[in-house]
Write a protein that binds this ligand. Structure first.
Ligand code: PM9
Length: 461
C-alpha cells in the first residue's frame, strides 16, 4: 500500500532569540480588563499572553534588519540610509519621489493636506480609520465604492477588495471629476477582513480613472499580501513572483502612502510616494512642519535602514507563503470549531463575525468590543474591535452603523508558532460554547477622534 505524502510548508527562518511571556490567572485578567474599561487597547502589554491586537509594528525583525540598525547614519540631513530607502522604493515599488514619515498616518496627513480641498469627495474601496479621518480633517468626504460582497462576511468572493466601477461612475457623475482629487485604493483591504483587489479590477479602474483625469492613490500598507493572493488566485499570475506582481500593482497608481509597520517588517516607519513633481514639492515642504526634514521624516537613520531591508524580505515568495499560511491555519481551525469568521480567510488576520457570534446583542451593545474582552478574560489573548466603535461618528455626530461588526485576530509576522494558533482557536471555541450567557457593554467615555483607541466601557448588568 502506498503512503499518501502530505506536503507541509514551514517558516523560512529559525529562532535566535525569544521573548518570555507572563502567564496570568483568570482572576488577574478579570481585574485587568475592568481596569482597562473593557477596551483591549488600554490593557498593559505585560498582562497579555498572545498579542493579536495588531500586525502593526509587531513583526520580528531579521538578523539582517538588526545588523542594518547598526549602520544607522544619524546625520540630521542627507542620511545615507535615506538614499538607500529611496533607491529601494524606486527599484521595488517603482514610485519616483519619496518622503519618509514616522508612520502611515503621517503620510496620510501630508497627502490629504496637499491634495484635498474643502468640498472634495474621495471614493475608496472601504474606509480605513486614520485614512478617512485625515481626508475629513482636510475638508473632504469619503465615499465607499467597494463591491457589495465585501460587506457580507459569508460571501466567498476571491477579490472582495475590488472596486464597483458602477458605484464609482455614479459618484463621478454626481459630483464631477474636478471635485475628486483621487480615488483611494487599499491593497488587501484591512476593514473588509484583509481582502485583496484583483489586477484585472485595478486595471479597469486605471482605465476609467485615466479617461476621467482622476489620480489613483494607493494605500500600500499590505501590498505584498495582496500580491500573494493574486499569485494564488488570479489567472495568468501563478508563475510571477510576488516582487513582479507588487511592481505591477504600483504601476497602476500615481502615488502611495504606506505604513511600513505591516508588510515591510519594521517596528516604526512609513512613507509617502508620488510620481508627480508638483505633489512632491508641496509634500516636501509640508513634511518639515509635521514630521521632520524630507530626508528623515521623523525616523532615525537606523529605522530607514531596517525598512529598506524589510521591504526586500517582504517580497520573498516563501515568506509570504508562510505568513499567509499561518493565518489560514488559524482560520481553518476556527472553521472546524464552527466559529463564524469572514470568508475567504484574509491575509493579516482572522476576523470573527461578532454579530453572528453574539446574535442576542444589538449593535449598540457593542458585540465586537464585548467579544474581544471575553476572549482576553478566557486566555489572555488580546484581539481588536473592528465594528461600530472603530467606525466612529459622521460629521453630523450620528454613529456610523457598519454592516461588519468584527473582532480581528491579527497575526504579527514571524512572531508566534503553530502551537500558539492552536491555543487561540481553542480559547475562542471555549467562549463560543458559553456565548449565550455573555452580556454586552455600554460606553462610559468617548474621545472625539478615533474613539476605539481610548474609549472606556462598563459591563451591562
Ligand atoms: N493600521 C492596524 O492595526 C494600526 C492601528 S489601527 C489605526 O491595522 C492601513 C490600511 C492601516 C493602517 C494602520 C494605517 C495607518 C493606514 N492604512 O498605524 O499610522 O492598516 O502606521 O498606519 C493599524 P499607522
Amino acid at each position: 500500500m502506498k503512503t499518501q505524502i502530505k506536503k507541509s510548508w514551514a517558516e523560512p527562518y529559525k529562532m535566535k532569540m525569544v521573548e518570555l511571556l507572563k502567564m496570568t490567572t483568570r482572576t488577574q485578567r478579570l481585574k485587568a480588563i475592568k481596569d482597562a474599561g473593557y477596551n483591549t487597547f488600554l490593557l498593559k502589554s505585560a498582562d497579555v499572553y498572545i498579542d493579536l491586537l495588531t500586525d502593526s509594528g509587531t513583526s520580528a525583525m531579521s538578523d539582517r534588519q538588526w545588523a542594518g540598525m547598526m549602520v544607522g547614519d544619524e546625520a540630521y540631513a542627507g542620511s545615507s540610509n535615506f538614499f538607500h530607502l529611496e533607491e529601494t522604493i524606486r527599484k521595488y515599488y517603482g514610485y519616483k519621489y519619496i518622503i519618509p514619515t514616522h508612520q502611515g498616518r503621517g503620510a496620510e496627513n501630508i497627502l490629504s493636506k496637499v491634495l484635498i480641498k474643502k468640498g472634495n469627495v474621495i471614493p475608496g474601496n472601504m474606509y480605513f480609520t486614520t485614512t478617512r479621518l485625515h481626508q475629513e480633517l482636510a475638508g473632504g468626504t469619503f465615499t465607499d465604492i467597494i463591491i457589495d460582497e465585501a460587506h457580507d462576511p459569508l460571501n466567498s468572493h476571491p477579490f472582495k477588495g475590488n472596486v464597483d466601477l458602477d458605484k464609482l461612475d455614479k459618484v463621478v457623475k454626481k459630483y464631477g471629476a474636478k471635485r475628486i482629487p483621487y480615488v483611494s485604493i487599499a491593497t488587501n483591504v484591512n476593514m473588509a477582513g484583509g481582502q485583496p483587489i484583483s489586477m484585472k479590477n485595478l486595471k479597469e479602474l486605471r482605465a476609467y480613472a485615466k479617461k476621467n483625469g482622476i489620480r489613483i492613490i494607493h494605500d500600500m500598507t499590505r501590498v505584498a499580501e495582496n500580491a500573494y493572493f493574486i499569485q494564488q488566485r488570479e489567472k495568468g499570475y501563478k508563475d510571477k513572483s510576488i516582487a513582479q506582481i507588487v511592481k505591477e500593482i504600483c504601476s497602476q497608481t500615481d502615488g502611495a502612502t504606506m505604513s511600513a509597520k505591516k508588510d515591510a517588517l519594521v517596528n516604526i516607519g512609513g512613507f509617502l510616494a508620488t510620481n508627480e513633481w508638483d505633489v512632491y514639492e508641496d509634500a516636501r515642504n509640508l513634511v518639515v512642519v509635521y514630521e521632520g526634514l524630507h530626508t528623515y521624516g521623523g525616523l532615525a537613520g537606523r529605522d530607514m535602514e531596517a525598512m529598506s531591508i524589510g521591504i526586500v524580505e517582504s517580497l520573498d515568495d516563501f515568506h509570504q507563503q508562510a505568513r499567509v499560511g499561518q493565518v489560514e491555519y488559524l482560520g481553518n481551525k476556527m472553521l472546524d470549531y464552527g466559529i463564524p469568521i469572514v470568508k475567504p480567510i484574509g491575509g493579516h488576520g482572522i476576523f470573527v463575525d461578532a454579530k453572528a457570534f453574539l446574535p442576542h446583542l444589538t449593535q449598540d451593545q457593542y458585540p465586537a468590543q464585548t467579544l474581544a474582552a471575553e476572549i482576553y478574560i478566557d486566555s489572555g489573548v488580546r484581539t481588536m474591535e473592528r465594528g461600530i466603535v472603530s467606525a466612529g461618528r459622521k460629521a453630523n455626530g450620528e454613529n456610523y452603523y457598519p454592516k461588519l461588526e468584527l473582532v480581528r485576530f491579527t497575526i504579527p509576522r514571524r512572531v508566534y508558532t503553530q502551537a500558539h494558533m492552536d491555543v487561540i482557536a481553542e480559547s475562542t471555541y471555549n467562549v463560543f460554547k458559553k456565548r449565550h450567557k455573555i452580556k454586552g457593554l455600554k460606553m462610559a467615555y468617548e474621545p472625539k477622534y478615533l474613539r476605539f483607541f481610548q474609549a472606556r466601557f462598563d459591563k451591562l448588568g
